[in-house]
Each structure stands twice: as structure tokens, then as C-alpha cells.
Design a protein around this ligand. Structure first.
Ligand SMILES: Cc1cc2nc3c(=O)[nH]c(=O)nc-3n(C[C@H](O)[C@H](O)[C@H](O)COP(=O)(O)OP(=O)(O)OC[C@H]3O[C@@H](n4cnc5c(N)ncnc54)[C@H](O)[C@@H]3O)c2cc1C
Length: 459
């Protein structure tokens, strides 16, 4: 960006919402990419040249038109809790911090939340519950994470045991997307059209509005169950996950020593044991505790529903929070994102433990995938070098365990690419110059045949 560009931005935003101080540029150009030693090494020097902080839709439109006219890359930012350097501006330019566009407009009587892009998922949950609804699924970062950041960067979480991933079952009812053109257009996508921009890392449109389908509100209680070994913990968690008579929001299994890193829980976490964490309907807590005892487990933590939430929240230790706790204890650890086979998981676990032992620690999140209860996993693994990490990924593939690689910084490599080419075609329509989050959608070539943003070509 030139100093003239910076100067002219002041026609759109007041100076206090054009950030250029180096410490703020650094913090607003980062996410949780450092979970990956590979991305930490490769992306640490990437910074925005300025961060712009619009507070109205009109300002977003003006900024989009401005960036298009000057050929300036724009990287969108919600709360910056993503894990893959998704919102790191690898080509400089502007970061557009949308945090102030956080209004929840309404919860319609048929259970759809109508939100601005940076409405916090925790706030949507709170407001929805007041009218008898709740989120179908949310990431463990829900307090901070924004709804558009979840749609553009996330995949699922607490609730996915019942409702599947965010992309399933019509949970994202509609998205409003702004194009990056001389005269930006707002387009409403519904039905299968949402797949054009869902999980596209903000590469092919600025999400300006989200309509999320909700679930009827349930009062959730929490139970942790300890077992002597991982095998019996897994058997129990799988049985409960498959038992539809239990209403569930969370079904997680951890191999020891992962629970040893959950520092605030150590007063009741038994040493050396595998743990299952559940959220079940409050009136089923005792039934679940009895089932656990019958299976040889110890229900070591039982917390009935409270509103607002009080005390330990087991979900704060699940999904990618598990990795965070483990990393705090041992910075040489990192993680993978795996899909085990619903029928062959036990032999896959044996193969992995036989080969890697304590360097591959099992952390399973049961999800409903395409209607089938499936052991999703975010194993915590030891990093020694890139070659060994890749060898682990290849070994997983060889035994039928899918890996969405969290150590790459482009969409096609991260395992959630769509074979129908919908995202790339949407980029041609809504970002023809390739200015949105450039470098992250490698299949795309801008109109002038460059895979780099047009501005870089011109320079
Ligand atoms: C401890 C921890 C636990 C996590 N657990 C989960 C989990 O359980 N499930 C899960 O799915 N993820 C999880 N994540 C990842 C992340 O927290 C979620 O995906 C979250 O929803 C991202 O929201 P955000 O507002 O922070 O997005 P950001 O990180 O700000 O952005 C994510 C992506 O969305 C794009 N984006 C942001 N706003 C817009 C917009 N308005 N229009 C278009 N693109 C936009 C960004 O450019 C970026 O590519 C976890 C991360 C951490 C650090």
C-alpha cells in the first residue's frame, strides 16, 4: 500500500479506526496458527500494512470498493481464533476487522437466528435460549468466536454429536455475501448455494449476514467418567453415543496423560485414568452415571444444569481446547485432525499406538456424520520435524484414517476442499481480481492468469 492509499482511507474511516501501530498490526494479523510448528515457522513474519475497523455495512461496502480500485488485498477477521493461519494476511494489504458488526437482529419464531457477521456465538446462544432455542453446534471458542468466522473457518463442535457438522442438515440456512468489485454487490445464498462460501476462509466473498437454524433449548448437565484404560472408556463413550435414548451435546474420550494437563480440574481428575466427558439432558444425569458404574467406570464429576453456567465447563477441555491445554504443558506437542472408521477404529488405534506410542495421544470427539455416529479425532502428537509429521499423516492414510491437515495454509491442502469446484467458481464471481485473502485458494487464477493478486502483478 502506498502512503497515498493510507491517506485516502481517511475519507472512509476516522483515523482511530485505521490501525497502523506495529504492536496492534501484529496482534490483529494473527490467529492460533502457532498450534502448528510448521505454520509458526512459515507465517510469523506476515503482517497487514493497516487494519481497518468498519462499524457499519456502508463502511464495509466503501472499503471493498476502495480496495478493488487500488488493487489492495483484504483479509477478513472475526475474533481471530482460527487455527490454520486462515486470517493471517500472507500478501500484506488490509486486514478488515469486522468485530464491531455484532448485532443479533432476531430469533424468528421458527428458530432461525438472523445475525451480523461478528455476532459472538456465545451471545447468540444466550439470546436464543431466552426464546426457547439454542445453537445446534458451536466451537469450544464460542465465547469469543464470531458467527461468520465459524462459517468461513470452522467445521463443527459441541452439538455435532446430535446435529452433525456445521455444513450438514441445513444448519446454515442462508449467508449474505458482498463481492469485491468496483460496485460491490450483496448476494443472498441459500440451500446448496451456501457451499460456495462455507469454509472458504474468506477467500471468495465478505459474509455480511448469517441465518443459522437453531435447536429447541435443552438444559444440559455434565458428567465425567474415568476408566482404567482407553479401550473401556472408548467402548462406553461409543455405546452412549450410539444410544439415541440419551440426548447429548458432547461425547469425548481422552487417553491418559491428556487429562493431566487440564490444570483447573486436577482436584477431581483421577491419576492415570482415561476419561469420558459428556453433556446430556439434565434429567438423564443419574441414568448416565448408573450406566457408567455398570460398565466399570467411575463417574468422578457430575454437574447439574445451571443458568447462567457456573463452575467447571467440561467443554472448555474438548475439541481444540484439548490441544491448547496439552501445548501449555508441553510445547513440543502439536495435533492432527482425523476421521476414524466407525467400524475399524479399534484396530486403527492399535496400529497407531503400536507405531508411535506416547507420541500419538488419542482424543476422540464423537460426531454424527451423514447420520452415522463417527469417531472424529483431534489427536495430540509429538512434533520432531516436518518429515516425521508427514510420515504420521501418511501412515494414517495407509490404515484408512482420514486427515484434514492443520499444518498447511491453503484451502485445498486442508482436507475440506469440495470436488464440485463451487468455491473456486464463486471466487471468479465475487472476487475476480483475487484480492480476498490471496494465496489461500491455490486453484484460483485471477482474470489476468496470475495466481497472485492482480496488484502484485502490477507492482
Ligand atoms: C482453543 C481452540 C478451540 C477451537 N475449537 C474449535 C471447534 O470446536 N470447532 C471448530 O470448528 N473450530 C474450532 N476452533 C477454530 C476457531 O475457533 C473456530 O473456527 C471459530 O469459529 C473461528 O471464529 P473467529 O471469529 O475467531 O474466526 P477468525 O479466526 O477471525 O476467521 C476464520 C476465517 O474466517 C474468515 N472470516 C472471518 N470473518 C469473515 C467474514 N465476515 N466473511 C468471510 N470470511 C470471514 C477469516 O478470513 C478466516 O479465514 C478452535 C480454535 C481454538 C484456538
Amino acid at each position: 500500500m502506498t502512503s497515498a492509499d493510507l491517506h485516502d482511507l481517511a475519507r472512509i474511516l476516522p483515523p482511530e479506526r485505521i490501525v497502523t501501530s506495529s504492536d496492534q498490526l501484529e496482534s490483529l494479523s494473527r490467529d492460533f496458527y502457532w498450534y502448528s510448528p510448521v505454520l509458526k515457522r512459515d507465517l510469523s513474519d506476515r503482517l497487514a500494512e493497516a487494519v481497518v475497523q468498519p462499524t457499519t455495512r456502508a463502511e464495509v461496502v466503501a472499503l471493498a470498493s476502495f480496495a478493488h480500485g487500488r488493487r489492495i488485498p483484504i483479509t477478513l477477521r472475526g475474533a481471530g481464533t482460527g487455527n490454520y493461519g486462515q486470517c493471517i494476511p500472507t500478501h500484506g494489504g488490509l486486514v478488515m476487522d469486522l468485530a464491531a458488526l455484532d448485532t443479533i437482529h432476531s430469533i424468528s419464531p421458527d428458530g432461525v437466528a438472523h445475525c451480523d457477521p461478528a455476532a459472538r456465538l456465545g451471545a447468540i446462544e444466550r439470546v436464543a435460549r431466552q426464546s426457547g432455542w439454542e445453537l445446534r453446534c458451536y466451537p469450544s471458542t464460542y465465547v469469543k468466536a464470531t458467527v461468520a468466522g465459524f462459517c468461513a473457518g470452522g467445521s463443527g463442535g459441541i452439538g455435532s454429536i446430535q446435529w452433525g457438522a456445521l455444513r450438514e442438515n441445513g444448519t446454515v440456512h442462508a449467508l449474505s455475501v458482498l463481492s469485491l468489485e468496483a460496485e460491490p454487490r450483496e448476494v443472498r445464498l441459500e440451500g446448496r448455494d451456501i457451499f460456495q462460501v462455507l469454509h472458504a476462509w474468506g477467500t471468495n466473498g465478505i459474509i455480511l449476514g448469517v441465518e443459522l437454524r437453531l435447536a429447541p433449548r435443552t438444559d444440559w448437565g455434565q458428567v465425567a467418567v474415568a476408566f482404567d484404560g482407553f479401550a473401556s472408556a472408548y467402548d462406553f463413550c461409543e455405546a452412549i453415543s450410539r444410544n439415541d435414548s440419551f440426548r447429548k451435546r458432547l461425547a469425548t474420550v481422552f487417553e491418559w496423560p491428556l487429562p493431566s494437563s487440564f490444570t483447573p480440574l486436577q482436584k477431581w481428575v483421577p491419576q492415570g485414568k482415561a476419561l469420558c466427558f459428556f453433556e446430556v439432558a439434565d434429567d438423564q444425569l443419574q441414568r448416565l452415571a448408573d450406566a457408567a458404574r455398570n460398565a466399570g467406570g467411575d463417574p468422578c464429576f457430575i454437574a447439574p444444569f445451571t443458568e447462567p453456567r457456573r463452575g467447571a465447563q467440561l467443554s472448555d477441555y474438548t475439541w481444540n481446547h484439548t490441544t491448547l491445554w496439552a501445548l501449555r504443558q508441553d510445547p513440543s506437542l502439536t495435533y492432527l485432525q482425523c476421521g476414524f472408521s466407525p467400524t475399524e477404529a479399534r484396530s486403527q488405534f492399535r496400529a497407531l499406538k503400536g507405531r508411535y506410542g506416547g507420541d500419538f495421544l488419542l482424543h476422540i470427539e464423537f460426531v454424527r456424520s451423514g447420520g452415522v455416529i463417527t469417531p472424529g479425532a483431534i489427536p495430540v502428537v509429538r512434533y520432531t520435524d516436518d518429515a516425521r509429521l508427514q510420515e504420521m499423516i501418511d501412515f494414517c492414510g495407509g490404515i484408512g484414517v482420514s486427515v484434514a491437515n492443520p499444518h498447511v495454509n491453503f484451502l485445498e491442502g486442508s482436507g475440506r476442499w469440495r470436488p464440485d469446484d463451487a468455491k473456486r467458481l464463486a471466487k471468479e464471481r465475487y472476487d475476480p481480481l483475487g484480492l480476498l485473502n490471496p494465496g489461500k485458494m491455490r486453484d484460483f487464477k485471477a482474470a489476468n492468469e496470475s495466481s497472485e493478486p492482480a496488484r502484485a502483478m502490477a507492482a
